[in-house]
Write a protein that binds this ligand. Sequence first.
Ligand code: ATP
Ligand code: MG
Length: 473
Amino acid sequence: MDLSADLRIELPEDALALLSILDTAGFEAWAVGGFVRDALLGRACSDIDIACSAMWADTKRVCERAGLRTHETGVAHGTITVICGDSAFEVTTFRSDGQYKDGRHPDSVSFVSSIEEDLARRDFTINAMAWRPDRGLVDPFGGKADIELGVIRAVGDPHQRFAEDALRILRACRFSAELGYAIEPCTYQGMLENKGLLSKISAERVTHELQKLLLGPHAGDALLGCVDALSAVLPELVAMKGFDQQTPYHIFDVLEHTARVVDGVPPYPLARWAALFHDMGKPACFFKDEHGTGHFYGHAAVSVPIARGIMQRLTFSNAFIDRVLALVRRHDDVVPANPKAVKRMLARLGGDTELFAALCDLKRGDARGQSPKFSGPRIALADDLQRTLEEIIAADEAFTVKSLAINGRDVMRLGVAQGPEIGEALAQLLDAVIDGEVANLAPDLEEYVLRNVIGKSFSKKLPKSVDGMGEGA
Ligand code: ATP
Ligand code: MG
């Protein structure tokens, strides 16, 4: 890409004002890191970090004298947050770092006098640039050239840099997914040599990076290219790598299929995590028939506990885990695109229409990752399912117990005993409404309960001989 001009870099006014306040007080302040990288790439950047020659207490004094609010957000590491206009900026004293045991903050820091020394502590060349309007770009490690090449390269000795902080291994994979960049071979080797240290990194940090990776526009390539590094946090990928499916439906191994499905679903967490997990049970379910064709019967159900284990390890909320697992469990279910079948599936998904739409996304993505010989009709079916869902929502049709015209209290009033029978009766009613056996109107539903629910459970509970008498009566 052409980066002939650093002119692309334009600092927002609030940031310029803050740099100027620090400058006027005799300090040297620079925009650094992600902001500079993203500005050169022409990408919007959410946060602007500032590196400054002032010690944090001096930054605080100068900013407060200029009427700005400050917060002591990380003073042990030389960082304060300054509110300037509508924006918050992290201002950090030029520093060089010791070890990062928590993968977030170095255990010890020493303050240094130049921006170049500060840039040397940063992880990758593309993240180790600084900029200010009067001096332009400072790029001691060739970050701009690496952006042009599309390469992620460690600053300094890769082995040492990943040994200092293993989180950088996942950051490299994540930047590869976000930017579509290759990881420079010595850098990748340094990642592999240190991947065992990832066990020291907190689950929250690992999850944060993995999710950013999965949401990246090049997530599939990053999964394939970085699998041997990622396997330290996702050992479940190992069985998928190179696992030949030996079926005409697939032209890719399980890992490459999964990577394509991840790319084939829209970039939101529910769909991308479900895509990552959906076929993890395949290697365990594989067998070959007498013709030499591979099969994976029941693999969706086997993927579920594997996915649950990973998500619990990664400390996801139970609510999110349940939704992802529902998609994994159902991804291969046959759902014809007719209202009855869609409503039945909706009922199974607890009436969660968003989850059903995600299931359509997953089915579409799954088809895209299969042999093109078979994917066309499967993609069309997923499209039809989505349309049917939209029609059901637009027509306000019943597909949850809640949307029935009578509720549990009504059912009890009609004579169904308190307890699990109430739920069963309502589920039976919902099935009947979905199947068109009864209209969703209170009198019709009540009559249905009296005839089919109470009548049946009464006859079911009576001893045989009495049952017979009952029928004759
Ligand atoms: P983004 O904000 O898009 O996630 P970023 O590169 O800006 O990416 P931040 O966590 O905001 O990431 O970090 C800001 C800068 O701090 C980085 O650009 C990099 O220079 C440096 N940095 C962050 N984490 C590390 C680390 N673990 N090791 C070395 N330098 C780091
Ligand atoms: Mg950032």
